[in-house]
Design a protein around this ligand. Structure first.
Ligand code: ADQ
Length: 463
């Protein structure tokens, strides 16, 4: 891994930021490390209050300083629950049918983005680098440019990029190219996202592609590339190896499948439950009685589409268990609360199969965590959807189409009956990628690319 070549402070903007101890592993820890290296600032959102203004509130300092920007309850509803999570999130996950478009929500989004930009501009030094995270802040860079800020600005989008026809469903579709072009570097998870972004940019009359593959709009050159996010593979592997055997009240030899997701319609949970039901109905070995443990804590409960998915899932698990359960066997165990990382790591290691089968997902870190957690001498099998960004890197997984229930069910059967030799071969190949392109690799690759004087092109991807 190359070291960070950036000069000056790093300023990170993300909706969430650590308000207390920084958790080991994961994105938050990687950003904490990057900030600790050169010193810098981390800005995130405060809990909503009655009034809001342009000042940033310090919430802690050390190797770097942490601040929050303020927002009112109404802005939280419009900026966060509304435009971010009920417009951009469904749109970028190819679910424009779930968008709840209101002009007020966009106004709140624009106002919060503009306020964050003003607050940021007031503290900037000329050699600071700004790293913006995710869809909550698509307009911050263009607001900063309007204020005359010439600093390097990078954006990393953790979710998929919508295709060109999806984007037409956004009332602000004509503004998107301008928002992107205000950055120096836009990082996306997968090469397919880069292709989608290129298609969208080509629709904009003012954007031109340059010979080196960068883009120019209104005199500004910018680049769009993929930087597939990784995990703290070493740390996670150690946690999994040290985790106590999970208390599942299962026969230790009974096959266990696991799913770990936020409860979100993009994660394909209903399709997954139904495919497992179909597998049970026509499994090759009727004596095999596997248990599928799905951990899916509720998220974004104030957005209507999230209440619907919760009800659908409860119906699906009830009917599958109703059809197949026995006195000593519950085929689906559905846990709706948060489970500690250590226990999740131990469950991954105990599991024979992981079902990571989203309908759309930027990357999906669970796929990588499952691989890192395995015992290399007797590993489990990763069943992975083509629609997770991780599918581009994880070719050795058993890849499936979650919309095709029959072949999905067959893949579950195949995973549960796979030979030790094939499991080891696949796991070794997956492990190599997960350990080489880990979270530290991702942070450094993005920041080095952002700081390099001439952003060059060699195919649109870092891999
Ligand atoms: P998420 O949609 O949150 O992230 P994911 O990548 O799977 O999805 O990350 C979830 C993280 O939370 C994992 O570390 C997982 O272990 C943990 N987690 C999930 N369910 C949990 C549970 N029930 N209990 C405890 N922990 C749980 C977004 C994008 C992804 C992208 C990431 C990072 O949607 O596509 O991979 O950001 O860029």
């Amino acid at each position: 891994m190359t070291s960070d070549t950036r000069k000056g402070r790093l300023i990170v903007l993300s909706n969430r930021l650590p308000k207390g101890d920084v958790p080991a592993g994961g994105l938050i820890f990687a950003l904490h490390e990057a900030l600790s290296g050169a010193g810098g600032i981390w800005i995130g959102s405060a809990d909503p209050t009655e009034t809001a203004d342009d000042t940033l509130t310090p919430i802690g300092s050390g190797a770097y300083d942490r601040f929050t920007f303020s927002l009112t309850e109404a802005e939280h509803a419009g900026f966060y629950l509304g435009y971010s999570n009920a417009v951009l999130w469904p749109l970028f996950h190819h679910r424009s049918d779930l968008m709840e478009i209101t002009g007020d929500d966009f106004d709140a989004y624009a106002a919060v983005n503009a306020r964050v930009a003003r607050a940021l501009a007031a503290m900037l030094r000329p050699d600071d680098t700004i790293w913006i995270h995710d869809y909550h802040f698509l307009m911050v860079a263009s607001e900063l440019r309007k204020l005359g800020v010439g600093n390097r600005i990078g954006l990393f989008l953790h979710i998929p990029f919508p295709n060109v026809t999806d984007v037409l469903a956004l009332p602000q579709a004509n503004l998107l190219a301008g928002w992107l072009a205000a950055h120096d570097l836009v990082g996306l998870q997968a090469q397919r996202d880069v292709s989608a972004a290129f298609d969208v940019l080509r629709q904009d009359g003012e954007v031109q592609i340059l010979n080196d593959g960068t883009w120019i709009r209104a005199g500004r050159i910018f680049a769009i590339r993929s930087f597939p996010i990784g995990i703290d593979a070493e740390g996670f592997a150690k946690t999994a190896a040290a985790a106590p055997t999970p208390e599942l009240l299962l026969d230790p030899r009974a096959p266990l499948l696991i799913g770990v997701d936020r409860l979100d319609y993009s994660k394909g949970l209903v399709h997954r439950f139904e495919a497992f039901g179909e597998y049970l109905a026509r499994r090759s070995d009727p004596h095999m009685r596997p248990t599928f443990l799905q951990i899916a804590p509720v998220s974004r409960e104030n957005v209507a589409a999230y209440q619907d998915i919760r009800e659908e899932l409860e119906r699906a698990s009830g009917s599958i268990n109703g059809a197949h359960a026995d006195l000593d066997w519950t085929p689906i165990r559905y846990v709706r609360h948060h489970v500690d990382r250590d226990r999740i790591a131990g469950l991954y290691r105990r599991a024979d199969v992981a079902l990571v089968t989203p309908l759309a997902d930027g990357m999906n870190l669970v796929a990588k965590e499952f691989v890192a957690a395995q015992d290399v001498t007797d590993p489990g099998v990763l069943v992975l959807s083509h629609f997770a960004g991780a599918a581009e890197q994880m070719e050795a997984a058993l890849q499936i189409n979650p919309f095709d229930q029959g072949s999905f069910a067959e893949a579950i059967d195949r995973a549960l009956t796979m030979s030790l030799e094939e499991r080891i071969e696949r796991n070794d190949a997956l492990r190599k990628g997960v350990f080489e392109q880990d979270i530290a690799w991702w942070t450094q690759t993005f920041l080095n690319r952002l700081s390099s004087a001439s952003i060059s092109y060699d195919g649109g991807a870092e891999v």
